[in-house]
Design a protein around this ligand. Structure first.
Ligand SMILES: Cc1cc2nc3c(=O)[nH]c(=O)nc-3n(C[C@H](O)[C@H](O)[C@H](O)COP(=O)(O)OP(=O)(O)OC[C@H]3O[C@@H](n4cnc5c(N)ncnc54)[C@H](O)[C@@H]3O)c2cc1C
Length: 463
């Protein structure tokens, strides 16, 4: 019997569990799953609107991929508006930036991808604390170390409770409205919302294990972020192999520390490691760390200023870019991104290009040069089909594979989260399902809350 068949048989086997009664940890008006940018914005907004709100997070800190996967850079807060770089995402994102600034943990925006767009680096530990303080100050109950593991339905289209596994055992969290910010659409999938994975041919964006390097001599290193990709290309011509093209190795606020985004984590058959397959994740963690070490050795050997450098941290988890995308009332598409689309139900804007991590490379696609450089995001993309008391915000919201390759980054995730938080309050006030709320009221609440929807420029596609 071949090994493949043995595994298939093992997977086919299942065992019954005794039916059990699960203690209720609490009852909340709003239950948010996931503490990334979408979850932070959603929970803070719902709680400030006066709703009893809990945020459930499997790790012991907030920030999502921004901390757990070691990103250390906010993308998608800025747009290239006909050649002028502008910050276009505000609201809760601004509050996070201000807190980081007060902690002296935020770099000035830097130009990325051939100087075409701005991004902004931050210190990961400070982000964790800024997010803690924001949520505690907003009166959110935070439940760390709680892995969501299922849903109990009140009816075919309504969730009653989120089930979590924790060191205290299994618990149920009962809610009126739920906001799935898990990145993977876990809750939406358990509740029966329709979803897609990958590009229709089974290809998901490739993951990356991030790491940070310390002990760099900044004077000697100079603009090594330009030299390193070049040195890697030259070495490849001599037969050296690296995980992918388009390596990003750049200094943090304190320039003795640099972040490295250069691995690409594949299964043995070359496909992208899936963030919703525990065995692939286990393989991917080992393979990602192997790639980090192998490439770091090369960088240290060839880059002036890196002679005494060392890896100060490999991110706690492999960085997953895409898994489930929940199907909602509208699917944001690549045509919307590249065409700088406007929507009557806009909840904010996104200026990040389509950044697609395909096998061995990163492909970028941009709105036309000289264009407005950002698209509005419609409310309908956070309202899933099939479930009536649920929002889905963040990288698992309703987008096509290509649309998600753009609007998955932090800026648009903050936008979606803040909109979901306000919309949850409006739905509860009106006693309606999310898809029936008065979107005009939502837009006014968002603008009063500091968000920028780009409404004054709707229809204006150039500067
Ligand atoms: C390698 C890599 C590099 C990237 N680089 C950048 C970058 O430089 N800048 C940028 O802006 N974006 C970058 N991105 C995109 C980034 O993933 C998104 O910006 C963003 O983090 C997605 O936000 P989110 O809130 O939707 O989900 P996430 O940030 O993924 O947060 C989801 C949260 O939910 C928690 N969670 C998930 N499932 C469960 C569960 N079942 N139970 C309990 N908790 C759960 C997770 O632990 C996590 O905290 C990168 C992504 C990757 C993978």
């Amino acid at each position: 019997m071949g090994a493949g068949l043995t595994i298939a048989l093992m997977q086919a086997r299942s065992i019954g569990e005794k039916q059990r009664s699960t203690p209720v940890l609490g009852e909340f008006e709003v239950v948010v799953l996931g503490g990334g940018p979408a979850g932070i914005a959603a929970a803070a907004t719902a709680a400030r609107a006066g709703r009893s709100t809990i945020l459930v997070e499997r790790y012991g800190f907030l920030g999502g991929a921004g901390t757990a996967a070691g990103l250390s850079t906010f993308c998608g807060l800025h747009a290239n508006v006909a050649g002028e770089h502008r910050r276009v995402v505000h609201g809760i994102a601004t509050e996070i930036l201000e807190r980081l600034e007060r902690m002296n943990a935020l770099s000035a925006p830097h130009l990325s991808f051939g100087n075409r767009i701005q991004a902004q680096a931050y210190d990961i530990s400070a982000y964790k604390i800024a997010a803690d303080e924001l949520l505690i100050g907003s009166k959110v109950k935070i439940l760390f170390h709680a892995l969501a593991a299922g849903a109990v339905m009140r009816s075919a289209r309504e969730i009653e409770a989120l089930l979590v596994e924790s060191k205290s055992g299994r618990r149920a969290i009962v809610g009126n409205l739920f906001i799935d910010c898990s990145g993977d659409g876990d809750l939406a999938a358990w509740a029966g919302a329709p979803f897609a994975v990958g590009d229709g041919a089974g290809n998901m964006l490739y993951p990356t294990t991030m790491f940070r390097i310390n002990g760099v001599d900044p004077e000697k290193a100079g603009r090594a972020w330009e030299a390193i990709p070049r040195l890697m290309e030259e070495a490849e011509k001599q037969g050296r192999r690296f995980p992918r093209k388009g390596a990003i190795v750049r200094p943090q606020k304190n320039p003795i520390e640099w972040r490295a985004n250069l691995t690409q984590v594949r299964n043995p058959d070359g496909s992208a490691v899936s963030g919703i397959d525990v065995e692939q994740l286990s393989w991917g963690e080992v393979e990602g760390r192997r790639q980090c070490w192998d490439t770091f050795r090369f960088i240290r050997e060839v880059t002036p200023g890196f002679e005494r450098a060392y890896i100060v941290e490999i991110a706690p988890q492999i960085g997953i870019r895409e898994t489930r995308r929940i199907e909602g009332e509208y699917l944001l598409s690549e045509a919307d991104i590249l065409g700088c689309a406007d929507f009557a139900d806009a909840i904010g804007v996104n200026g990040w290009p389509v950044e697609q991590h395909s096998a061995g490379r990163v492909d970028l696609r941009w709105p036309a040069a000289g264009s407005r450089g950002y698209n509005q995001m419609p409310y309908r993309m956070i309202v899933p089909k099939g479930v009536d008391n649920l929002f889905v915000a963040g990288r698992c919201a309703s987008m096509t594979h290509d649309g998600q390759s753009s609007a998955r980054v932090s800026g648009p995730c903050f936008v979606m989260g803040q909109a979901a938080g306000f919309a949850a309050d409006l739905a509860m006030r009106a006693g309606t399902a999310p898809r029936e709320i008065d979107v005009g009221s939502l837009q006014r609440r968002l603008e009063t809350g500091g968000a920028w929807l780009g409404r004054e420029n709707a229809g204006v596609l150039a500067k």
